[in-house]
Design a protein around this ligand. Structure first.
Ligand SMILES: Cc1ncc(C[n+]2csc(CCOP(=O)(O)OP(=O)(O)O)c2C)c(N)n1
Ligand SMILES: [Mg+2]
Length: 375
């Protein structure tokens, strides 16, 4: 059993977990009220894995996650109101309202997103760690991803390079037993994910992701290995999401008993028990922590609601590639030279003009007439 930290640390850990839980519940409620567009993936049940990990990271370490990362940003210190405003698609959101729930990002706190492509954050994590190595900094990148992501080509490619180049990364698998509606024994040939990178030279260990203290202890040890020895490590944390994959999941792939069984091991309730038994917290402290989380989240909703939507004329700001891509587009039809709108200050204006002139698919003849189209 991991050692119980001092009272301040216990308050901090519980406060973060309660804030994330309350935030996620409210985000789900607001989604039902059509306050957010796109998808919404909640991490209720996974709080100990998230908070245990971030609580032992240094401020200058990097964290990168998936599309289920409202809590990761909050755990890293991003204000709840900025995360809520992003979910609402408002200008005061972490990505100016352009990313939404799946693309929370906070470079200042080194939370590097927020990605919708399953496994897409793995090679990016390698890039972050390579940057640390290149600059001779002793920062470590923590890359969190799901059990499902361990089946992607990116997983193998990233493990190989990370091991080959001795990159300081802790790969942290949030094994919640499902990739969408597919259980791990139906989606992964090797179900012990701590062993899945062994063939690439990266050993791993399994931990109880519902126990915040166990997560802290083992992630801390792995961070030190990656930092001191300059090499990748892998941790598989067993956790569980109580809600469906996304807000649009009817959950026909698991029964209610299974969910209830995991709820018995609730990471917040379990930690409260340990803190009370260990004399670190009293019932009143717990009540106050919950009330504070409630206040913060309700303020976050108010803030998000009052924040304006991005102005229409900013629609094309921040786009990297514009021009013909604003209408129909196929890679093999383009010539190698730069295209209209891909350079110069007039790019946003051209993009707007093209979009306004209609994005409908052109006729075959029009396609043939376009410059660079091979007959
Ligand atoms: C490359 C890619 N393939 C498929 C999808 C559709 N998709 C979204 S989430 C998901 C499951 C991922 O499960 P897991 O990695 O276990 O993460 P979890 O949702 O359980 O946190 C899939 C298949 C996608 N977003 N990206
Ligand atoms: Mg999963």
């Amino acid at each position: 059993m991991a050692e119980l930290p001092d009272q301040d640390e216990c308050v901090e850990l519980l406060s973060r977990m309660c804030l994330i839980r309350r935030f996620e519940e409210e985000a789900g409620r607001q989604y039902q009220r059509a306050k957010a567009g796109g998808f919404l993936h909640l991490a209720i049940g996974e709080e100990a894995t998230i908070v245990g990990t971030t609580s032992v990271m240094r401020d200058d370490d990097y964290l990168i996650g998936t599309y289920r990362t409202h809590g990761h940003a909050i755990a890293r210190g991003t204000p709840a109101k900025s995360v809520m405003a992003e979910i609402f698609g408002r200008v005061d959101g972490t990505s100016g309202g352009r990313g939404g729930s799946m693309h929370i990002f906070d470079a200042e706190r080194r939370f590097m997103g927020g990605y919708g492509i399953v496994g897409g954050n793995l090679p990016l994590a390698a890039g972050l760690a390579l940057a640390s190595q290149y600059r001779e900094e002793d920062t470590v990148t923590v890359c969190m991803f799901g059990d499902g992501a361990s089946n992607t080509g990116n997983f193998g490619e990233t493990m190989n390079l990370a091991a080959l180049w001795d990159l300081p990364i802790v790969f942290l698998v949030e094994n919640n037993l499902y990739g969408m509606g597919t259980s791990i024994d139906r989606h992964s040939a090797v179900t012990d994910l701590s062993k899945k990178a062994e063939g690439y030279g990266i050993g791993g260990e399994r931990i109880d992701g519902m126990d915040v203290l166990a997560v802290r202890e083992r992630v801390s040890a792995n961070l030190e290995i990656s930092r001191e020895e300059g090499r990748p490590t892998l941790v598989e944390a067993f956790t569980y999401r109580y809600r469906g994959h996304s807000a649009a999941d009817p959950e026909i792939y698991r029964d209610k008993e299974e969910v209830a069984e995991w709820q018995e091991k609730d990471p917040i309730e379990a930690f409260i028990r340990v803190c009370i038994e260990g004399g670190r917290l009293k019932d009143e402290d717990v009540e106050e922590i919950r009330a504070e989380a409630d206040r913060t989240v309700l303020e976050a909703v108010e803030f998000a609601d009052a924040s304006p939507e991005p102005a229409l004329e900013t629609l094309y700001d921040g786009l990297y590639v514009v021009g013909e891509t604003m209408g129909w587009y196929a890679v093999d039809e383009r010539s190698p030279e730069p295209h209209r709108g891909e350079y110069g200050e007039d790019a946003p204006a051209i993009a707007k003009e093209l979009a306004e002139s209609g994005a409908e698919h052109p006729s075959d003849q029009e396609r043939q007439d376009r410059p660079g189209v091979r007959g």
